[in-house]
Design a protein around this ligand. Structure first.
Ligand SMILES: Cc1cc2nc3c(=O)[nH]c(=O)nc-3n(C[C@H](O)[C@H](O)[C@H](O)COP(=O)(O)O)c2cc1C
Length: 167
């Protein structure tokens, strides 16, 4: 498998901790990590790409992502395969659960990029979420309330799926 570029935004550090757990499932250093506070120019060097964001405001992408959305819109994304991770708090944000995930997805969808790794939304307790399309989350959703074991279990199942799609 080609290398995977993992691009994440994080304000409190949780999303960074979540994405670093991917190393459990790609033990041969397949993942290269990029904090989008430093920009997203490296995306051009990867065909397998994971984008991760927590949600802030009313279901919006994290601040560093907000500053990079126009760059994402301007990139040539053909031949690339994307998978998304959203981090959020299902008990505190009403209808906006992991809304930032949807913001990233919408850009990719508008550009007709190849997005894989949709997941079932059972086993969560949110009111509503902009990140649901056709009854599925548009990526892997990790809640603040999850134990480490729950995170690893969901991530493991998701990684098995996206590995089938990555080049
Ligand atoms: C001011 C504020 C607004 C938030 N808004 C949302 C939201 O709209 N939807 C959601 O699912 N989570 C929301 N959250 C929860 C964060 O996304 C969650 O705590 C996440 O783990 C933070 O990730 P980070 O530590 O990587 O920044 C919000 C948190 C804060 C502090």
């Amino acid at each position: 498998m080609e290398k995977i570029g993992v691009f994440y935004g994080t304000t409190g550090g949780r999303t960074e901790a979540v994405v670093k757990k991917l190393q459990n499932f790609f033990p041969n250093n397949e993942c290269e990590f990029f904090d989008v506070a430093k920009g997203i120019s490296e995306i051009k060097n990867f065909n397998n790409i994971i984008l991760a964001t927590p949600s802030y405001g009313a279901g919006e992408v994290q601040d560093d992502w907000a500053g990079n959305l126009s760059d994402l819109e301007s990139l040539d994304l053909s031949d690339k395969t994307f998978a998304l991770i959203g981090v959020g708090d299902q008990y505190s944000f009403g209808a906006f659960y992991v809304g930032g995930l949807r913001e990233l997805y919408n850009i990719l969808e508008n550009k007709e990029a190849h997005v894989v790794g949709f997941t079932e939304n059972s086993g969560y307790e949110f009111d509503d979420s902009p990140a649901i399309k056709d009854n599925k989350f548009v990526g892997l959703v990790i809640d603040d309330s999850f134990t480490c074991d729950e995170v690893l279990k969901r991530m493991s199942a998701w990684v098995q799926e996206i590995k089938k799609e990555f080049k």
